[in-house]
Design a protein around this ligand. Structure first.
Ligand SMILES: Cc1cc2nc3c(=O)[nH]c(=O)nc-3n(C[C@H](O)[C@H](O)[C@H](O)COP(=O)(O)OP(=O)(O)OC[C@H]3O[C@@H](n4cnc5c(N)ncnc54)[C@H](O)[C@@H]3O)c2cc1C
Ligand SMILES: Cc1cc2nc3c(=O)[nH]c(=O)nc-3n(C[C@H](O)[C@H](O)[C@H](O)COP(=O)(O)O)c2cc1C
Length: 568
C-alpha cells in the first residue's frame, strides 16, 4: 500500500522512537484518520504532552455522569488526545498507580454517598496505603443543591486524590441539576489547559451556584392526568395516590422513574404574598430570568425546606441573629418579619430553585402504551406539633383528572427485569410495590415462563393493601407464583416483610440457588437495610455459611446483577 520510500521513512521513525513516542504517534495518526471534519494536518499545539494519556472515569446511578463523561471523551478524541473512557465499576483499581491525566465524573447519592457503581473505587482511595505521584487529575461532581451534602462524593474523591499525592489540573466543579453548559465549559478549559499548559485553579472557577434548575438533556413530557385515586381505604393512617398519566411519544421501561418539579401550595404562596404585602405581579430578576413574584413562588423556588446557608443569608438581610436551622419561608417570615418589598425581593433572589422529585413507575409500556403510572405516598411530617406535607407528594395528591403535569423519564438501567424465563423475587412494601406492579404487568403481557414471588407489607390489611385486586388476580392466573404479605399493625406484635422472608427462608434460599433474581424497592431506611440483613441471615442459615461467606455470597449476587435495589 505504501511506496518503498514512504515505508522506509516510517520504519526509520518507528525504529528510532521510544515506546511512549510510539503511543503518541499512534494517537496522532488515529486522530487524523478519525477527524473527517478537517482536511488539514494537525497543529502540534493541538496535542497533549507526548506520552500522556487521558483516562476519564465515571460513577453514575442514573446515567447523567456517564453521558457527560462520554461527551468529554468524544471531545478529547476529536482533539487527538488518546483517551480511555470507563465506568468506575469496570475500572481496574491497580491501574490508578499508572494513571497520568485522570478525570473523574461522579454523582452523589443517598445522603452524601457515592453511587453504588463507584463504591469500590471510593473505598479503595480512602484506604490511603499508597501514593499517586504521577497523577494529575480533575473532578467534576454532579449533585443537587437541595440536598444538604451537595456533591459530597465528588468533594471526597477530589480531596482524597490530593491526599494521595495527586496534583489538581483544575479545581473541582460542583454541578447542580442543570449541569450541561457549565460542565462543557469546564471541560473545554481543562482541555485547553492540557494542550498549552496545565490549567490553574483560577482558570477553572469553582462554581456551585445555579442559574435555573432544569434537568439537563431530558425530554420534558406534558402529561395529562387520566386517573387519580387514593389506594388507602377509610380508617388508614396513610394516603397513597395511584396516578395514571398519558403523554405523546412516551419512552420508558418498567423499573424507570419519572421526575416531577412540584408546584408550591397555593395557600402557602398566597399567605407569603399577604404577609409581606407584596404585589404578586412585580417582576423580579431571578438568575437570568425576569419572573413575577407569584410565578417565582408558585413554580420556581424551593420555599419549603430552607437550608442553613439561606437562613444565614436571611439573617444578614434583616441584620438579626436566627437560631433555627430548618424552616420554611412562610414560618421564617412570620417569626422574623421583613421591612419592605425590597428586602423581600432580595430574599427571593437568594432562594434555591425547586428540585425535581423522582417516582418509580408502576406500569409497563408493553401493557399500557402511551401511559405512565405512579404510586405516591403523601408525605406527612410535624414541625413543633404542626402538621406539614411534603411539597411534591402534596401537589400530586391534589392534582385533578385532565390536569397537565410536566415530567421527565429518569432511566434506571440497573433495575430491569431479567429474561422472561428467569425467576424473580420482589420485596416491595409500601410504595415499593410500584416497581413490581410495572414488572408484573409486563410479565403478564409477555406470558413470561419464569416464576415470580412477591413480598408486600403495609400497616393494615383492610385499609392499606395497595393494588389488592390486581395482586390477587395475578396470583390466581399464575403471573404471580407466590405472594407473602405482612400487615404490621393487625396484631399485637409487629410483622414486617423481612419476617415473612424468614418464615419462608428455606424456599427462598432454594429459589436463589436456582438462579432467581432479587429485587428490593421502597424505603431505604430501615426497610431495605433490614431486608438485606435478613437475606444474609437466610443465606447463612440455609447455605450453611459463615456470616462473612453469606455477605460475600450476596455481594456476588450484586456483581452478577442478580440483586437489585431501587430504594430512597
Ligand atoms: C429513585 C426514587 C424513586 C422514588 N419512588 C417513589 C415512589 O414510587 N413513591 C413515593 O411516594 N416516593 C418515591 N420516592 C420519594 C420521592 O421522590 C419524594 O422524596 C417524596 O415524595 C417526598 O417528597 P416531597 O416533595 O413530598 O417532600 P419534601 O418537601 O421534599 O420533604 C421531604 C422531607 O423533608 C423534611 N422537610 C421538608 N421541609 C421541612 C421543613 N420546613 N422543616 C423540617 N423538615 C422538613 C421532612 O422530613 C419531609 O418528610 C422516590 C425517590 C427516589 C429517589
Ligand atoms: C436518592 C437520591 C439521593 C441523592 N443524594 C444527593 C446528595 O446527597 N447530594 C447531592 O449533591 N446530590 C444528591 N442527589 C442528586 C444526584 O447526584 C443528581 O441527580 C445527579 O445528577 C445524578 O447523576 P447520575 O445520574 O450520574 O447518578 C441524589 C439523587 C437521588 C435520586
Amino acid at each position: 500500500m505504501l511506496t518503498e520510500e514512504k515505508h522506509a521513512i516510517i520504519k526509520s521513525l518507528v525504529d528510532s522512537s521510544t515506546k511512549e513516542e510510539l503511543i503518541w504517534i499512534n494517537g496522532y495518526l488515529s486522530g487524523i484518520i478519525n477527524d473527517t471534519s478537517k482536511n488539514k494536518t494537525i497543529d502540534h499545539n493541538d496535542a497533549i504532552p507526548i506520552g500522556k494519556k487521558l483516562t476519564i472515569v465515571y460513577g453514575t446511578e442514573t446515567g447523567n455522569s456517564k453521558k457527560l463523561a462520554t461527551d468529554f471523551a468524544t471531545k478529547a478524541k476529536k482533539k487527538h488526545i488518546q483517551t480511555k473512557l470507563i465506568s468506575l465499576d469496570q475500572y481496574r483499581l491497580s491501574d490508578l498507580l499508572k494513571e497520568e491525566l485522570f478525570v473523574t465524573v461522579i454523582s452523589t447519592q443517598g445522603e452524601g454517598e457515592p453511587p453504588v457503581a463507584a463504591q469500590k473505587f471510593y473505598d479503595h482511595i480512602h484506604q490511603n496505603g499508597f501514593k499517586l505521584l504521577n497523577l494529575e487529575y480533575a473532578v467534576l461532581a454532579l449533585g443537587d443543591s437541595s440536598y444538604p451534602l451537595f456533591c459530597k462524593a465528588g468533594e471526597d474523591v477530589d480531596e482524597q486524590l490530593l491526599k494521595l499525592g495527586g496534583k489538581r489540573l483544575a479545581s473541582i466543579l460542583k454541578c447542580d441539576v442543570d449541569y450541561e453548559a457549565e460542565a462543557d465549559a469546564w471541560f473545554d478549559l481543562l482541555l485547553n489547559g492540557l494542550n498549552v499548559k496545565l490549567a490553574t485553579s483560577s482558570q477553572v472557577k469553582d462554581k456551585s451556584e445555579v442559574i435555573v434548575k432544569k434537568p439537563a438533556g431530558k425530554t420534558i413530557y406534558q402529561g395529562k392526568v387520566l386517573t387519580h385515586l387514593n389506594l388507602n381505604d377509610r380508617g388508614s393512617n396513610k394516603e397513597t395516590w395511584h396516578i395514571e398519566i398519558a403523554a405523546d411519544s412516551l419512552i420508558y421501561e418498567a423499573g424507570d422513574s419519572i421526575g416531577i418539579v412540584p408546584k408550591n401550595n397555593e395557600t402557602v404562596v398566597d399567605s407569603i404574598i399577604q404577609i409581606v404585602k407584596a404585589d404578586p405581579n412585580t417582576l423580579v430578576n431571578y438568575k437570568s430570568e425576569s419572573v413575577t413574584i407569584y410565578n417565582l413562588l408558585k413554580h420556581k423556588l424551593n420555599i419549603s425546606n430552607l437550608n442553613e446557608k439561606l437562613i444565614k443569608r436571611y439573617a444578614d438581610i434583616i441584620k438579626q441573629e436566627i437560631t433555627v436551622t430548618k424552616i420554611d419561608l412562610l414560618a421564617l417570615l412570620k417569626i422574623y418579619p421583613l421591612q419592605d418589598e425590597i428586602q423581600f425581593i432580595e430574599v427571593l433572589q437568594n432562594l434555591n430553585p425547586q428540585s425535581p422529585r423522582l417516582y418509580t413507575v408502576s406500569s409497563s409500556p408493553i401493557s399500557t402504551e402511551g401511559e405512565v403510572h405512579i404510586t405516591v405516598a403523601r408525605d406527612v411530617f410535624f414541625v413543633e406539633e404542626e402538621t406539614k406535607y411534603g411539597v411534591c407528594s402534596d401537589y400530586l395528591s391534589s392534582v385533578n383528572e385532565n390536569e397537565i403535569i410536566e415530567f421527565f423519564v429518569q432511566k434506571n438501567k440497573r433495575f430491569k427485569l431479567p429474561s422472561e424465563d428467569k425467576d424473580i423475587i420482589m420485596i416491595g412494601p409500601g410504595t415499593g410495590i410500584a416497581a413490581f406492579r410495572g414488572f408484573l404487568y409486563e410479565r403478564e403481557a409477555i406470558a413470561a415462563r419464569g416464576r415470580s414471588w412477591l413480598f408486600f407489607g403495609e400497616q393494615h390489611f383492610d385499609s392499606d393493601f395497595l393494588y389488592q385486586t390486581e395482586i390477587q388476580n395475578w396470583e390466581a392466573t399464575g403471573t404471580l407464583t407466590k405472594v407473602n404479605v405482612a400487615f404490621s399493625r393487625d396484631q399485637k406484635q409487629k410483622i414486617y416483610v423481612q419476617d415473612r422472608m424468614l418464615n419462608n427462608g428455606s424456599e427462598l434460599y432454594q429459589w436463589i440457588q436456582n438462579g432467581a433474581y432479587i429485587y428490593v424497592c421502597g424505603k431505604k431506611d430501615p426497610m431495605s437495610l433490614d431486608v438485606e440483613k435478613t437475606l444474609i441471615q437466610i443465606i447463612q442459615q440455609y447455605g450453611n455459611k459463615s456470616m462473612e461467606d453469606a455477605t460475600r455470597f450476596l455481594e456476588e449476587l450484586k456483581d452478577t446483577h442478580r440483586y437489585h435495589k431501587d430504594v430512597y
